[in-house]
Design a protein around this ligand. Structure first.
Ligand code: B12
Length: 218
């Protein structure tokens, strides 16, 4: 089977919530030496499809919970492989969290893992983090970057509030927002500096921003 075929099969298995099939396919692809980030991408697409099926009332909350559990298990399989594949060093720090009212954390946890692999210090505040907590922790940690995660439409207001509060307190560090439904329009509404729907691209951005701050001495 070609890579494209196995990816399509994996996307479908995640979308169909076929736990055993997903885990078997992931183990098989890892054993064949496939890139763990490509495997993760396929699973993320499957999760997006689960969301679509939830919207169509084909799945209910239990389906979302099941999808979350499957994805967590996939990440447990991928984590050790990702960790030993990345060897570069980028010193810097990021304050990360899922914003107030939102408890989605699978994407945030991936970003945490990838950043940690690149030796960027991650201070992860968890989920449902209030704007005041972000501000308080930014004061303590003085991070190079603040990263806000959110998947719910209602999270955009919490993101906006967080950005406004950080700026009002004088923090001029780059703020990145991430999550499956984020767009340029959302970024503009929130007042963040950067946005992404892709963890790998987000981590590359963090590395560039940290390198630039080292050059400018900020
Ligand atoms: C799994 C899931 C859940 C699980 C989450 C488990 C967990 N531990 O996270 C559970 C069951 C808890 C859940 C609950 C709910 N969910 Co939900 N959920 C999903 C689902 C199917 C997948 C999300 C996911 O994990 N994707 C995989 C990850 C890897 O992708 P990701 O988060 O986008 O992250 C990537 C990037 O975005 C990026 N990234 C993410 N954050 C950041 C941050 C930074 C700084 C950077 C650089 C990058 C970055 O990196 C990641 C890797 O590439 C989505 C569907 C979808 N389209 O997203 C719905 C979805 C997000 N949920 C939805 C809803 C409605 C709910 C509930 C309200 C349902 C309910 N009736 O209770 C609750 C809300 C609870 C709350 N208060 O937060 C809706 C939101 C609709 C909306 N517009 O607001 C969605 C879109 C489904 C849908 N299409 O209707 N959900």
């Amino acid at each position: 089977m070609s890579n494209a075929d196995t990816s399509a099969t994996l996307v479908a298995a995640v979308s169909d919530l076929q736990e055993e099939t997903v885990l078997t396919l992931v183990r098989r692809r890892l054993a064949a030496g496939d890139d763990p980030l490509l495997i993760m991408e396929a699973c993320q697409e499957g999760m997006r499809q689960v969301g679509v099926r939830y919207e169509r009332h084909e799945y209910y909350l239990a389906g979302l919970i099941m999808a979350g559990e499957i994805f967590s298990q996939v990440m447990e399989l991928l984590r050790p492989v990702v960790e030993c594949q990345i060897s570069d060093r980028a010193s810097g720090s990021i304050l990360l969290g899922t914003v107030k009212g939102d408890i989605h954390d699978l994407g945030k946890n991936i970003v945490n893992m990838l950043l940690t692999c690149h030796h960027i210090a991650v201070h992860d505040l968890g989920v449902d983090v209030s704007p005041a907590t972000f501000v308080q922790q930014a004061a303590q940690m003085q991070p190079h970057i603040v990263g806000l995660s959110g998947l719910l439409t209602s999270a955009y207001d919490a993101m906006r509030e967080t950005v406004t509060m950080l700026r009002a307190q004088g923090y001029q560090v780059p703020i990145i927002i991430g999550g499956g439904q984020i767009s340029a329009e959302v970024c503009q509404y929130v007042g963040a500096d950067y946005w992404t729907t892709d963890g790998v691209a987000g981590v590359e951005l963090c590395k560039r921003l940290i390198a630039a701050s080292a050059v400018s001495g900020s």
